[in-house]
Design a protein around this ligand. Structure first.
Ligand SMILES: [Ca+2]
Length: 171
């Protein structure tokens, strides 16, 4: 009976562990904190938390193009660069995991950009018509307190889409 109780306890413990939102199965041993991005998947149905920048075109939140749940951001431009950005506060030494999903729509490509404390730190250009996830890791250097994430369409044809942005600190 005692052995059975131990087994039952272990099964419950393993179940709770596996369903924890802080456990990232792809990186055994690392735990990630809450998502620092406001309205990360545009599920408010609008651009709450996001700022349009650059502004050549129309950024909007649409249905029918989501990577997750209902909404995604649509970046529609025919003349220049268009993006949505969000800043967030960080601290020196924070180890961050950035993740976002993009698909190109009718554009040639769509970018996921990450601005660290010295400007553009990394970007991913996606030419796929289906959603692709990009992941990037960044350790916040001394003197740095703000980083920026962006979905961006650089004047290469009508619509592109982004969804499910996350920035999490390693715990
Ligand atoms: Ca979404």
């Amino acid at each position: 009976m005692k052995r059975l109780l131990i087994i039952v306890f272990l099964l419950i413990a393993c179940s709770a562990y596996a369903s924890s939102p802080y456990f990232n199965a792809g990186y055994s041993g690392n735990y990630w904190g809450d998502n620092l991005v406001t309205n990360p998947g545009f599920e408010t149905g609008d651009l709450t938390g996001w700022t349009t920048s650059p502004t050549d075109g129309t950024a909007s939140v649409v249905t029918g193009q989501a990577q997750s749940e209902t909404y995604a951001v649509s970046l529609a431009t025919t003349t220049g660069s268009l993006g949505v950005v969000q800043n967030m506060s960080v601290s020196e030494g924070d180890e961050l995991k950035l993740s976002g999903w993009t698909k190109k729509g009718a554009a040639t490509n769509v970018q996921l950009r990450f601005y660290g404390c010295t400007g553009l730190d990394e970007y991913y250009s996606n030419t796929s018509s289906t959603y692709v996830q990009y992941v990037y890791y960044y350790t916040v250097p001394a003197g740095c307190s703000t980083i920026t994430v962006q979905f961006r369409n650089d004047y290469n044809g009508t619509t592109a889409y982004g969804d499910s942005m996350s920035v999490r600190k390693k715990l």
